[in-house]
Ligand binder design. Structure first.
Ligand code: SF4
Ligand code: SF4
Length: 223
């Protein structure tokens, strides 16, 4: 899921203080799972912001709404009436939701209430770990199900690097497994270590996001 967390309250009130009425918009999907932008967090954050603004001498009315998804236009449309009545919107959805609101409700100012940081899995209570960098050319079939793009500090396609620790941890962070160590171990366990002997195929980075905006087209779904 997409992981995000609240921006510092001081940063949020800086954005909101010029306005009289603001819509705080949540999303009941990923950001609800990571307790950043679901209905519960929206209803918690709204009074916090109101009080923080009040303390600085700004009276800002904050109305709230949480959509099932902020990344789908039919749900975004549900905010139309409320959006028309406010001076600005703060979205606590991921960056996709924020951009959807900014596009639909232009020229209304739309601000992010959270920092979106990774595509993650919850490893344990309160701990999310990145699993995918949405690189556009998945190599998991060649790396025994471990992602070297998101989980190696150097995104190495052929590893491990010379710095991997004897403990099996990454040279960059000793609290983190060297993912290439795990890939090699799994290759041994499956009797397929020879598959790692040759350098990996050339990876297609054209849809990785480094070369400009991504566009993904499914011709079979186009009308
Ligand atoms: S190889 Fe690319 S698409 Fe596959 S899990 Fe890693 S980052 Fe995601
Ligand atoms: S130690 Fe392993 S995970 Fe860390 S940078 Fe080197 S190959 Fe990547």
């Amino acid at each position: 899921m997409i992981f995000a967390e609240w921006k510092p309250i001081a940063e949020l009130i800086e954005k909101l203080k010029p306005y009289k009425k603001v819509l705080l918009a949540g999303c009941a999907t990923c950001v609800a799972e990571c307790a950043a932008g679901g209905e519960k967090e929206v209803e918690t954050l709204a009074p916090l912001l109101r009080m923080a603004l009040q303390k600085q001498g700004h009276t800002v009315e904050i109305v709230t709404a949480t959509l099932d998804k902020q990344c789908e236009w039919e749900f975004v449309e549900q905010l139309a009436e409320q959006a028309a009545e406010v001076d600005a919107i703060m979205s606590v959805a991921c960056g996709i939701g924020v951009q959807a609101l900014a596009e639909r409700f232009d020229p209304k100012p739309v601000y992010p209430g959270v920092n979106t940081s990774a595509l993650t899995i919850r490893e344990e209570a309160g701990l999310w770990a990145g699993r995918c960098a949405a690189c556009g050319d998945c190599v998991l079939g060649e790396t025994f199900g471990y992602c070297p793009i998101a989980r190696c500090a150097k995104s190495l396609l052929n590893g491990p690097c010379g710095g991997t620790r004897k403990s099996g941890k990454c040279e960059v962070n000793e609290d983190v497994d060297c993912i290439w160590n795990l890939i090699v171990e799994r290759a041994y366990e499956r009797g397929q270590i020879e598959s790692l002997a040759e350098p990996k195929r050339t990876k297609n980075w054209s849809n990785s996001g480094h070369g400009g905006p991504k566009r993904v087209i499914r011709e079979d779904l186009r009308q």
